[in-house]
Ligand binder design. Structure first.
Ligand SMILES: Nc1ncnc2c1ncn2[C@@H]1O[C@H](COP(=O)(O)OP(=O)(O)OP(=O)(O)O)[C@@H](O)[C@H]1O
Ligand SMILES: [Mg+2]
Length: 501
């Protein structure tokens, strides 16, 4: 039976890549004006299912119905014509063009002589933004705008093409807190206008805030579809992970010896505009959280300590000895590792194999004369893949083909392979599923227990509160608070501290 409320219905979808089955007989449907959350562990097949709906991949078996009728979606063009819009995780905009030009790229209102009629484009873009009730200047060049505006431009682009279904794949991954809230409000408004949204996220709070129903995929199979009112967060987590996870975000008090000399000491550090007169000490076994708003200088401090950004003045001491950290190589040699925030740009060579990526910082260990020791490399990379449960068919496959969360695992595995004394993690759990998240938090605790010093940057307060022994609050590049974990009662306390209240 066809359900007339279904704007999209995917039936018995199966898909394999090179003989490896990724989706098995998956059913999925979306009703008019609903937000339907699509959840599942890293590599479960969420993005692949959506790429099939969007015409990027073709299913090996199964059918797609749009508005109750079978539809052949063989290209992105077919999907657009069927009203399916996608807000890409890796944005598809042309940075050097204006917002309006991007919105109408490929479907430009043509003026005299067949050129893009900029006036008409700007006027229509303004209409779309006013329907969305957001304030974006259609004349602004996209490269000058922040991520949140890129996303709004993508949404406007889809709406200008009369999309009735919008797919959002981890849309808040690169947004600050207040930007995420603005996006949620926009989603509420779109919903009221009858637009359906398929929302992929690893964040439970977002799913509960937004979604009417949830579908969970596990290992490429459909596990359940339920209204959110009928499932508990525990059931969802268990569905995604396949087992119960308890207290993953609860803080376990740790003992940090205060009578030992610091491993890292930073004195009066200045770097660019975003690191100003920063001083702190970090002891072995200590986990230091960095909190602050977007632009408060957390990432910049990490970059300066890892030798990426130039230090203007101040001192860094490792085990009491002054060091110069003028390049990442110097930082690595000194025993520092940075797991960067933007893994795709900074953490991985996407075209290279998983094994090559894992071994990159380890070349020193596997070099035998001028040659690389192939057997040793293979052994090292397999042990890292196993330790971090990276889901990859073969270590020689390019990293690009891994799911988003598995790429993040490769970045972490890669840097832990170097056995650093000081580990800096910038948003380490962005994009990873709930099961992996608790593994990463446990791993951070274990590293500290083994005497390493760890700095964690995270915009997710519960996560920061779960692992940190101490939290530094940054604002405009300076430390405004240094708070022991034991003095922080709850999330709200930290939130107020970050806002400088
Ligand atoms: N083009 C491709 N070629 C080969 N394998 C692929 C390709 N695209 C995806 N895969 C594999 O399909 C599986 C599902 O990947 P998919 O990206 O759909 O997962 P996901 O649920 O979106 O995960 P994540 O939460 O980590 O983003 C993964 O094992 C991935 O490696
Ligand atoms: Mg994905």
């Amino acid at each position: 039976m066809n359900n007339p409320d279904n704007v999209v219905e995917m039936r018995s979808i199966s898909k394999s890549f090179n003989g490896v089955s990724v989706l098995k007989d998956v059913g999925f449907d979306v009703r008019k004006g609903e937000v339907h959350a699509l959840a599942g562990g890293n590599g479960a097949g969420k993005s692949t299912l959506m790429k099939i709906l969007q015409g990027v991949y073709q299913a090996d078996a199964g059918e797609i119905l749009i508005g109750g009728r079978p539809a052949a979606i063989n290209s992105i063009h077919d999907a657009k014509a069927a009203g399916i819009g996608m807000v890409f995780q890796e944005f598809s905009l042309v940075p050097s063009l204006t917002v309006a030009q991007n919105i109408f790229l490929g479907s430009e209102p043509l003026g005299a002589g067949g050129l893009i009629d900029d006036h008409a484009a700007v006027r229509r873009a303004k209409e779309v933004f006013s329907e969305m009730e957001v304030d974006v200047d259609p004349r602004a060049e996209v490269s000058r705008l922040g991520t949140a505006y890129w996303q709004l431009t993508e949404i406007a682009k889809a709406l200008a093409q009369n999309a009735t279904v919008l797919i959002m794949d981890e849309p808040t991954a690169s947004l600050a807190r207040h930007e995420s809230e603005a996006l949620f409000e926009l989603i509420d408004r779109l919903k009221q206008r009858g637009i359906s949204i398929i929302y992929i996220s690893h964040r439970m709070d977002e799913v509960y805030r937004l979604a009417d129903r949830i579908t969970i995929l596990r290992d490429g199979r459909h596990l359940l579809t339920e209204p959110l009112t009928d499932v508990t967060p525990e059931q969802i987590v268990e569905g995604i992970v396949g087992k119960k996870i308890e207290g993953q975000l609860s803080y376990r008090a740790r003992h940090v010896a205060h009578d030992v000399a610091p491993l890292l000491e930073v004195r009066g550090l200045n770097a660019g505009h975003r690191v100003r007169d920063v001083s702190f000490a970090l002891r072995p076994g200590e986990i230091l959280g960095l909190a602050g708003l977007m632009g408060s200088g957390r990432t910049e401090l990490a970059r300066a300590l890892f030798g990426i950004d130039k230090v203007d003045s101040g001192e860094v001491l490792l085990r009491g000895k002054k060091v110069t950290l003028a390049s990442p190589q110097q930082a690595i040699n000194a025993g520092i590792a940075l797991i960067p925030e933007d893994r795709r740009a900074q953490g991985l060579v996407l075209e290279h194999s998983v094994q090559d990526n894992l071994l990159l910082p380890l070349l020193g260990q596997i070099q035998r004369g001028p040659l690389l020791d192939g057997a040793k490399g293979k052994e090292l990379s397999s042990s890292l893949i196993k330790r971090f449960a990276v889901k990859v068919a073969h270590p020689h496959r390019p990293v690009r083909l891994l799911s988003g969360g598995n790429q993040q695992k490769v970045v972490i595995a890669k840097w832990l392979g170097t056995d650093p004394d000081i580990l800096i993690l910038d948003e380490p759990t962005a994009g990873v599923d709930i099961g992996t998240k608790s593994e990463i938090l446990d791993m951070i605790r274990e590293l500290a227990n083994a005497g390493k010093a760890v700095i964690v940057i995270s915009s997710e307060y519960p996560e920061l509160l779960a692992v940190s022994d101490r939290i530094l609050v940054l604002r405009d590049g300076s430390i405004i608070r240094d708070i022991p974990r034991s003095e922080i009662a709850d999330e709200e306390y930290l939130q107020l501290a970050v806002q400088g209240v």
